[in-house]
Design a protein around this ligand. Structure first.
Ligand code: TYM
Length: 327
C-alpha cells in the first residue's frame, strides 16, 4: 500500500506565509510520493468562538489556498473535515482513551486557554483527540506540520499505541514531518513569538492574500535586531527570521544570500524581501481567484467521498474492537 500523508489547517483568521512555508509548501512537494489527504479542519475552528458566516467563507477560502499552492486534486484528496462524520465519531472514542492530564499538558491549550481566560470550551481541551482522530482514521504514515504541532503528534502516537495495546492492533503509528528550515516562522513584530493567524496585531504576519502595499508596509515595520550586517545568526532572531523567509521564497543557499547582502543594510533586506514575497504571492492570488465556485464544490465533494470511503473502514474496525456494535 502506498504510504499516506494527512495534514490540515484551521479556517480561522487568514492563512499566512508561516503556514505556507512551514506546512503547505511541503504538502505540495510530498504529494507525488505519498497518497495524500489535506483537510480543512472546521470542527477544530469552533473550539473558540466563530462567526458562522465568516467560518463558512473561510473554510472554502482555505480549500482555495490549498489548490492555489499547488495541491493537485488529481493526485491528492482535499476535503472539509465536517463532511466526513467519522472525524467527530472517532474523536469521541479517543476522548475516552486520552487522559485529562495528557490534554492539560499541551502547551497550545495552556496558551490558548490563558488568552481566553473565561469560558474556555471543553473542546479546546479535547482538541488533540480530534486531531488524533483526523490522522488515525486514514492509517497515516506521515504528518507534515510546523514545529508547533509536534507535541500534538506525540500525543496522537501515544493514544494510538494505547488503543492498539488495549483493543488490538488497529491504528498505524504516524510520524511527524517537520522541515529543517521554516518549521517556525516568527512574528514580524516580535521575533520571539511565532507568526500566528490569531494574533491581534496583523502587522506580525504576511497574509497569503495581502496586497503588495500591505506587504511592503509590514516588512518595513518589522522589528530588527541591534547591529547592521545582514547574516544568519541565532543570536539575532529578527534578522535571521527575515532571512529564512527570503531563503525559502528564493530557493537560494545561505551563502548566496549572505553574499548578496554583504555591505548592505536592513532597509535593503526588507525591500528585497518584500519584492520576493510579492513576486511569489501575486501569481498565487491570481490562481486563488481563478478557481470557480463550481470547480471548488466538485473537488470538495469528490474529496469527501474518497476520504469517507477510507474513514468508514477504520471506524468500523474501531467499533468492532471496542464492542460498539449497534442493533
Ligand atoms: P494551524 O491551522 O494552526 O496551522 C496550519 C499549519 O501551519 C503550521 N504553522 C506554522 N509553520 C511555520 N511557522 C509558523 N509560524 C506556523 N504557524 C502555523 C502548523 O504547524 C500547521 O502545520 N492543529 C492544526 C490543524 C490540524 C492538523 C490535524 C494538522 C488539525 N488536525 C491533523 C495535521 C494533522 C492547526 O491548528 O494548524
Amino acid at each position: 500500500m502506498a504510504k499516506r500523508i494527512f495534514s490540515g489547517a484551521q479556517p480561522t483568521g487568514n492563512l499566512h506565509i508561516g503556514n505556507y512555508l512551514g506546512a503547505l509548501r511541503n504538502w505540495v512537494a510530498l504529494q507525488h510520493e505519498y497518497e495524500s489527504f489535506f483537510c480543512v479542519v472546521d470542527l477544530h475552528a469552533i473550539t473558540i468562538p466563530q462567526d458562522p458566516e465568516v467560518l463558512r467563507e473561510k473554510t472554502r477560502e482555505v480549500a482555495r489556498l490549498y489548490l492555489a499552492a499547488g495541491i493537485d486534486p488529481a493526485v491528492s484528496t482535499i476535503f472539509i473535515q465536517s463532511d466526513v462524520q467519522e472525524h467527530a465519531e472517532l474523536a469521541w472514542v479517543l476522548n475516552c482513551v486520552v487522559r485529562i492530564g495528557e490534554l492539560e499538558r499541551m502547551t497550545q491549550y495552556k496558551d490558548k486557554s490563558k488568552k481566553q481566560r473565561e469560558n474556555v470550551s471543553a473542546g479546546l481541551l479535547t482538541y488533540p483527540a480530534l486531531m488524533a482522530a483526523d490522522i488515525l482514521l486514514y492509517q497515516t504514515d506521515l504528518v507534515p506540520v510546523g514545529q508547533d504541532q509536534k507535541q500534538h503528534l506525540e500525543l496522537t502516537r501515544d493514544v494510538a499505541e494505547r488503543f492498539n495495546r488495549d483493543f488490538g492492533e488497529t491504528f498505524r503509528i504516524p510520524d511527524a514531518y517537520i522541515p529543517k528550515v521554516g518549521a517556525r516562522i516568527q512574528a514580524l513584530d516580535d521575533p520571539l513569538k511565532k507568526m500566528s493567524k490569531s494574533d491581534e496585531n496583523a502587522n506580525g504576519r504576511i497574509g497569503l492574500l495581502d496586497d503588495a502595499d500591505t506587504i511592503r508596509r509590514k516588512f518595513k515595520r518589522a522589528v530588527t535586531d541591534s547591529g547592521t550586517d545582514v547574516r544568519f545568526d541565532e543570536t539575532r532572531p529578527a534578522v535571521t527570521n527575515l532571512l529564512t523567509v527570503y531563503q525559502l521564497l528564493t530557493n537560494q543557499t545561505r551563502e548566496e544570500i549572505e553574499a548578496h547582502f554583504a555591505g548592505k543594510g536592513y532597509a535593503q533586506l526588507k525591500g528585497d524581501l518584500a519584492d520576493a514575497t510579492i513576486a511569489f504571492l501575486e501569481p498565487y492570488q491570481e490562481r486563488v481567484r481563478g478557481i470557480s465556485d463550481e470547480e471548488l464544490g466538485r473537488i470538495l465533494r469528490d474529496g469527501a467521498d474518497k476520504a469517507r470511503a477510507i474513514a468508514e473502514v477504520t471506524m468500523r474496525q474501531v467499533k468492532e474492537r471496542m464492542g460498539i456494535v449497534g442493533a
